[in-house]
Ligand binder design. Sequence first.
Ligand code: NDP
Length: 307
Amino acid sequence: MIAKLVIIGSGPAGLTAAIYAARAKLHPIVITGFQWGGQLMLTTVVENFPGFIEGLMGPQLMDQMRKQAERFGAEFIDDDVSKVELTNGTKKVHVGDKVIESHAIILATGASAQWLGLESEKKLIGRGVSSCATCDAFFFKDKEVVVIGGGDSAMEDSLYLTKFASKVTIIHRRDKLKASKIMQDRAFANPKISFIWNSAVIDVLGKDKLEGVVIQNVADGKTSTIQCQGMFVAIGHKPNTDFVKGQIELDHKGYVVRKKWSQTHVEGVFVAGDVHDYRYKQAITAAGYGCEAALDAEKYLEAKGIE
Ligand code: NDP
């Protein structure tokens, strides 16, 4: 049997698409990925998702969205997609040893954290080097940590880390932050947070666990060493599009390019959330894009006469 709609990804975009598509009786199959729920599974309190006066935990929000989609009949497969075949006709999605055929696809695979790209950094991931403060901050009780980056993520991670670490130093490559004013103000006001400006991390020290980082001033080239037990990298994200490379139009950073609304350049393939949105990257915008993609997929299937 050919499915009407397969949704790949299970963050706010994928799950909102699933809710809308299931209510429209498209019987969507959601391939969640091994780590279902997307980036919100790695956050603590979400304060800016409308409707929750006191905020709620990221994983709780995702759990509720998933149950809401299930209530309307969405089917979930908790596995990774190994390969897709995105032709203009019937599309094929490979999951484990199964091949699912579908008339339409929504790509909602989000984006993953970026790393600095140093060999020494790679060796110490999980041994003091992390990209997820909310997951790992607990392990740095009364320790000194550095956070790399100047955006909202770096500020948010730093603020969260102050609940555990004795000292948090933000290392940023410029002399101005990119973060929103409110997050900047919170970071500047926190006595546990200090800043090192105009500096890049050029080496990560330690054999079995992190002992420090070497930084270089971008203006005068001078290097210095900072002792620390934790390094949190918060320098942005990379879209999860490797599995569709060569089959769909991507921009120079790898984000999916939309042709019109949520429609991609391949007929019947729609896109939603951070996998195409490098600008807003919010849970609520991802959810909005998920809604849009489901409505567009519904119209597409209807126009094709696929019941
Ligand atoms: P951003 O792209 O906004 O910021 C990335 C930061 O990392 C920038 O300061 C950038 O420097 C720096 N950077 C990038 N590459 C490197 C590198 N190779 N070496 C050193 N530094 C580097 O990403 P974020 O993840 O912070 O935020 C993404 C989006 O999510 C934003 O829209 C943000 O507003 C949103 N967000 C909102 C939150 C909230 O409201 N609570 C929390 C977290 C994220 P430079 O400034 O020089 O470009």
